[in-house]
Design a protein around this ligand. Structure first.
Ligand SMILES: Nc1ncnc2c1ncn2[C@@H]1O[C@H](COP(=O)(O)OP(=O)(O)OP(=O)(O)O)[C@@H](O)[C@H]1O
Length: 266
């Protein structure tokens, strides 16, 4: 569905991404993991055309990303960055209506199909009860759900989520991740997300893309990627692994960092 080949990107002459290739298939959940500052958000921005790579190409549904018009692309692809801002007096419903901007004509008037898509998105994410609330009165978890609802109203085929669980309590983390999985299953929505919690990545991903600063370290099925060498060489930690007595789906191993090991420079 989306494929990036040999992406390079630098800022002020400093290489941020160096020869990165990436792909996600229709209906997959792919999670990008890696240490702080290794370039995960930058890669997501390039995959969603928020940034233009210095070299390399991104293809979406077999067509170069830059061959799409802005509206054409926004009908197929939605991104929720780490920091999101809406006018404080905006209601949840108004925010979700913003998801329809690729479909509106001149003047941004919503039509019947747009109102239906907004209602449908609010219903799917359980955010209907907050419809009339100001965004600024929502808790962090409710706010995150409101933004996801906006992205769903966009009816994309692929959704990029940058750290969707950061700053949320464990209950909301679970709610957001379960919601993501449900949307993936029911809408066959392809998800590409960044997570820092490796147990969450293990439980909710079909494949995991691991990064070291500026480059890909490994990419594959969860059980193949989450190995001792990767923990040591990417995160500089030794991990303890425990068998989870409950079947969570995905992997049945729980990872607990044990100690920091010497930085691996390879
Ligand atoms: N606008 C910018 N100007 C200068 N440097 C930048 C800019 N944006 C990103 N960088 C640098 O690019 C590198 C990669 O940043 P990026 O945000 O992609 O990392 P990340 O892996 O998503 O980090 P984190 O896990 O901390 O969110 C970092 O060293 C960052 O400081």
């Amino acid at each position: 569905m989306i494929r990036a080949e040999h992406i390079c990107y630098s800022i002020d002459g400093r290489p941020i991404l160096d020869d990165i290739s990436f792909s996600a298939e229709q209906g997959e959940i792919v999670t990008i993991v890696g240490p702080n500052g290794c370039g995960k958000s930058t890669l997501m921005k390039i995959l969603s055309r928020l940034l233009k790579p210095d070299c390399g190409s991104v293809f979406f549904l077999g067509k170069p990303l830059n061959a799409y018009s802005g509206k054409e692309l926004a009908k197929q692809l939605a991104i929720l960055p780490q920091s999101k801002q809406a006018p404080p007096d905006m209601t949840v419903e108004q925010l979700v209506q913003f998801g329809r901007y690729p479909y509106t004509g001149l003047g941004g008037q919503l039509r019947a199909a747009d109102f239906t898509a907004v209602d449908e998105a609010l219903r799917r994410t359980g955010m209907d009860r907050f419809r009339g609330r100001s965004i600024c009165t929502l808790s962090g978890g409710e706010g995150q759900m409101a933004w996801i609802t906006m992205a769903i109203a966009q009816t994309p085929r692929i959704l990029f989520l940058d750290e969707p669980t950061t700053y949320l309590d464990i209950c909301y983390q679970l709610e957001v991740l379960q919601m993501i999985r449900r949307l993936n299953h029911t809408l066959s929505l392809t998800i590409v997300m960044v997570l820092h919690d490796l147990n969450q990545a293990a439980a909710y991903s079909d494949r995991i893309f691991t990064m070291k600063p500026g480059r890909c370290y490994s990419y594959g099925k969860t059980e193949d990627v989450l190995c001792d060498a990767m923990f040591r060489e990417v995160f500089s930690v030794e991990m303890n692994k425990y068998k989870n007595p409950k079947d969570r789906g995905g992997t049945d191993i729980v990872y607990m960092p044990e100690r920091i090991v010497e930085k691996y420079e390879g």
